[in-house]
Structure formats: structure tokens, C-alpha cells
Ligand binder design. Structure first.
Ligand code: 8OZ
Length: 375
């Protein structure tokens, strides 16, 4: 019988190298959409406070952040392409650094997971192919059915890559420590990768070598800005999030990961299982194999608790463990995990936005909770 290592034996809470950075532990705060950006999709003091509260993570990955208005798919998500947005993010990165933390910006283009109400002049959202996703978009006036997107012209793809470069430069100006390319969860890059959403007949559709092309071009371009050691990528190879599917996920993602190796990325971040869902993994898919194919650090995400995290380190299944939902209700998650303290469970109603600002920066640390209990 296997027994879990104790926390004292684990290196989960010890400093570790990621790219050319030394992080204070191996616990990463996952990118979490919280929908608390202000007018102009700008972050402000309240967002700086939220992230600074969670800076004891070895690394924070910012919430998904659109690289352009075209890349926006939800009301109240932040952007990283205007001077105002850069200035807002500067407050966030300064506050995190002030607490000794590190933060990467997650760069996001939603593709077809949008709505004309969120686009410039009511334009159609764009995608590899004109295939309407099932479901609804979160617009400023509530949920609305997705529409059939416009298939991008081949000649437009260089412009998408240029938008990623513009955002990567903006992230540098905003004081981030690095960037993560969001190629997961059924957004634009994932829509190109998957066979169900990519029916193109040009060099960007058809065989995996073509479907992976846009993601690889984006990675090539943003590593020119940052250097590979400050760039990570997030994939969700077996997640059906946002109505995507692939006829051969192991083939698609093995190819992609091998092609990523020459860029010397800081890490590969995988959503193991279904996004915001169970860790169900098909028999013919292996994250261990994906990790083996990749030359850099492997960051594991989805449904981890302390026992799974300790096991992952003991059995060397992952280099870094990325926690998402537990960071919402527990700003001091690292300390709680280290001491075995109970976790606060933030209800789903508190995840996205709020009318009065509650449920965002008001989750107490253990010390604050104990002080209140003693009053
Ligand atoms: C939940 C709600 C809205 C967006 C993702 C950026 O799945 C997201 C997201 C998650 O990557």
C-alpha cells in the first residue's frame, strides 16, 4: 500500500526554478476569470488588492486577458492592448511584487466564443470555420445565444499573430514576469487545433501539422518578445469546454508538444480532464506521455487537493501544481495547505463579478477568521 508523504517531506513548499525564475514554492494560482474589470476592460486598485492577497503562491497566472477587442468574449474581463489597460495592470503587478510574488499574464483570444454585442461595431466573432458553438455568451446585458462566427481569411492570420505580439509587449510594459499563451478550453487557438471546429482547406486546416500552425506561429512570435524562459502555454487536450472535440487528441497534442520543444518554454500547463469538471481522462490519452514528450517543466491543473498534489510530487508526475477554485475563497491557500487548515469553499455564485464587490477581496485569511471568531 502506498502512503502519502507528509507535508514536511514534500518539496511542494520549497523554492523551485521555473525558466530563469526561482519561485518560492511549487504551488501556482490558476488563471481564474472573475469578471471584475472596470470600464474599458481596465484593472484597478480592487484587482491589485485581490491578486496581492494571493501572492504567496509560487506563481500567479492572471485571469484570461483579451489581446484585442476581437478577442473578447465575456462582459467585464480585462484586456491588455490599450495604454489604460497597461496602466491598470501595472497596479496589479506592482502590488504582487510588493508582496514578493510573481505573476504571468494569460493572453487570450476567444474566437467564436463571443457575441456581436462584445465586438467592435457589432461585428461577427471570428473562428477557423463558420460553425456555431452550442451555448450562450455572457454579454453586458445578460446571456445571449452564440451566433455563427465568420471564418477568418488566411490573409488575416498574420494580423492575429501581430495582436498577440502587441499584447505580449503590453504585458512587458505592465510589469508582468512572463506570459502564458491560452491555447486551451475551446478558445481561438484550441478551435484551430481541434478537428471538430477546424474545417479549413488552407495551410491552417486539415492534418495536425496545419491545425497546430497558428498556435506555433503565436508561440514563435511571443518568444521573440519575451524569450522562451518567460513563456508558458496552457492546453486542455481532453476537455470538451466550449463545444470542441478532436478525433485523435493523443495524436494532435503529441505533435504540438514536440513542436514546442525548440522554443525552450518555461512550462507546459495542462488541464487534466474536463475544465471546471471531473478529472476524467480517456483510456487512449496519457498526460504522463505528454509530459515525457515535453522538454520543459510540466504544470498540472484540475481538481487538485493537498493529497493529490503531494502524490504528484512524490511520484514525480508534475513539476508544479496549479490550484484554481480553492484560491477564490482562500487568499492564504498556500499556508492553509501547508498547515492542514480547513479550506473555505467559495460558492459558484461568487465566482464571476458581483453587484456590490463582495465575494472578491473579502475572503478572510485563517488569521483573520480566527480573530473574528474570538471577538
Ligand atoms: C470560466 C468562465 C469564463 C471564462 C477558460 C477563460 O475556461 C476561461 C473562462 C472560464 O479558460
Amino acid at each position: 500500500m502506498k502512503t502519502n508523504p507528509t507535508i514536511a517531506d514534500s518539496d511542494l513548499f520549497q523554492p523551485a526554478k521555473l525558466g530563469d525564475l526561482t519561485l518560492r514554492n511549487r504551488i501556482v494560482m490558476a488563471p481564474l476569470t472573475r469578471s471584475h474589470a472596470g470600464a474599458g476592460d481596465v484593472q484597478g486598485p480592487i484587482n491589485a488588492e485581490y491578486y496581492a492577497q494571493r501572492a504567496t503562491a509560487g506563481l500567479i497566472i492572471s485571469e484570461a486577458t483579451q489581446i484585442s477587442q476581437q478577442g473578447k468574449g465575456y462582459a467585464f474581463t480585462p484586456g491588455i492592448y490599450t495604454q489604460e489597460q497597461i496602466a491598470g495592470w501595472r497596479l496589479v503587478t506592482a502590488a504582487v511584487h510588493n508582496q514578493g510574488g510573481r505573476i504571468f499574464a494569460q493572453l487570450w483570444h476567444v474566437g467564436r466564443i463571443s457575441h456581436p454585442d462584445l465586438q467592435k461595431d457589432g461585428a461577427l466573432p471570428v473562428a477557423p470555420s463558420a460553425i456555431k458553438p452550442a451555448g450562450q455568451a455572457f454579454t453586458p446585458t445578460g446571456f445571449k445565444d452564440f451566433v455563427t462566427p465568420r471564418a477568418l481569411e488566411t490573409s488575416e492570420l498574420a494580423g492575429i499573430v501581430a495582436d498577440y505580439v502587441h499584447a505580449a509587449k503590453a504585458a512587458k510594459e505592465a510589469g508582468f514576469d512572463g506570459i502564458e499563451v491560452h491555447a486551451a478550453n475551446g478558445y481561438l487557438l484550441d478551435q484551430f487545433l481541434r478537428s471538430s471546429t477546424n474545417k479549413r482547406h488552407d495551410n491552417y486546416g486539415g492534418p495536425v501539422e496545419n491545425r497546430a500552425r497558428l498556435t506555433l506561429e503565436v508561440v514563435a512570435a511571443v518568444t521573440q518578445v519575451w524569450g522562451g524562459a518567460r513563456v508558458g502555454i496552457r492546453l486542455s487536450p481532453v476537455s470538451p469546454a466550449n463545444d470542441v472535440e478532436d478525433s485523435n487528441p493523443m495524436g494532435t497534442f503529441s505533435y504540438l508538444v514536440e513542436q514546442l520543444n525548440p522554443f525552450g518554454l518555461a512550462y507546459l500547463h495542462c488541464v487534466e480532464g474536463q475544465t471546471i469538471g471531473p478529472r476524467t481522462i480517456p483510456d487512449d490519452f496519457s498526460f504522463a506521455r505528454i509530459r515525457q514528450l515535453f522538454n520543459g517543466m510540466y504544470m498540472a491543473n484540475n481538481g487538485y487537493d493537498i493529497d493529490l498534489a503531494l502524490t504528484a510530487r512524490r511520484e514525480n508526475l508534475a513539476d508544479f501544481i496549479c490550484f484554481g477554485r480553492p484560491f477564490i475563497g482562500n487568499p492564504d491557500l498556500v499556508e492553509r495547505l501547508r498547515t492542514g487548515a480547513p479550506l473555505t469553499v467559495a460558492p459558484r455564485e461568487s465566482w464571476y463579478g458581483s453587484k456590490d464587490g463582495t465575494g472578491y477581496t473579502d475572503w478572510p485569511t485563517l488569521a483573520q477568521q480566527n480573530a473574528r471568531a474570538a471577538e
